[in-house]
Design a protein around this ligand. Structure first.
Ligand SMILES: CC(C)(COP(=O)(O)OP(=O)(O)OC[C@H]1O[C@@H](n2cnc3c(N)ncnc32)[C@H](O)[C@@H]1OP(=O)(O)O)[C@@H](O)C(=O)NCCC(=O)NCCS
Length: 187
């Protein structure tokens, strides 16, 4: 189910984000700041504080209640956050689509967690949300993220010039999608 806890390896689980995650989100994002900087929008210093994350979480959880966003985190054995995965911009009707964004804590990168989480989220998007497709975009040189998407069956469907403001510049992006099912339109 969409609210379940999903074990990804011996130590790490994927679970829905919760208001109590603000403190450990701030710790993980601070630790990973330099690692993530080339691939992320510029963030104010308040983004890396517990208060900043509390406000961000409140917005994400309100959007979840409205059906627009599904925010998940990766959590370690002590239930501390070590990554974030959001299905944003969820649209139903004849589109039934969402936009995936994600990051993994620098100390947990390179052990298959993003691949396992993206795969599980695609299954939930197909089986629970009944979405038809999920999309994601990466800057041209984010090879790790492109590799995650390729391993999870995403295909490039386009190139978007100057698409997002990342690390101080409007950056060209490769756009990827995965079709989840071609069944009848529901809901
Ligand atoms: C992208 C990111 C989420 C990947 O997380 P992860 O848990 O390390 O990913 P995985 O371990 O599941 O897979 C990474 C793959 O990329 C490969 N990879 C990593 N760095 C690479 C590089 N510089 N060149 C080529 N391949 C690379 C790994 O070898 C692995 O592929 P493999 O399984 O075939 O060996 C993580 O690096 C991250 O948080 N980056 C910063 C934020 C970000 O870029 N978010 C995505 C924005 S689109």
């Amino acid at each position: 189910m969409i609210d379940d806890i999903h074990r990804l390896d011996a130590e790490v689980r994927l679970r829905p984000a919760a208001p109590a995650d603000a403190a450990s989100l701030a710790v993980s994002l601070t630790r990973s700041r330099a690692y993530m900087q080339p691939w992320e929008p510029d963030r104010p210093d308040t983004f890396y504080t517990e208060q900043g994350q509390r406000e961000r979480l409140a917005g994400m959880l309100a959007d979840r209640d409205a059906g627009r966003v599904m925010p998940w985190v990766l959590a370690d054995e002590q239930d501390r956050v070590v990554g974030g995965f959001n299905l944003n911009g969820i649209v139903l009707g004849p589109f039934r689509s969402g936009v995936l964004g994600y990051w993994v804590d620098v100390e947990y990168a390179g052990r298959g967690l993003a691949t396992a989480a993206v795969e599980r989220i695609c299954e939930l998007a197909r089986d629970e949300l009944r979405l038809h497709r999920v999309e994601a975009g990466t800057v041209l040189d984010n090879v790790a993220s492109q590799r995650v998407l390729a391993k999870c069956g995403f295909e490039q469907y386009g190139m978007a010039p100057r698409y997002l403001h990342i690390n101080g510049e409007w950056r060209d992006h490769r756009l990827f999608q995965r079709i989840l099912h071609d069944g009848p339109l529901t809901g």
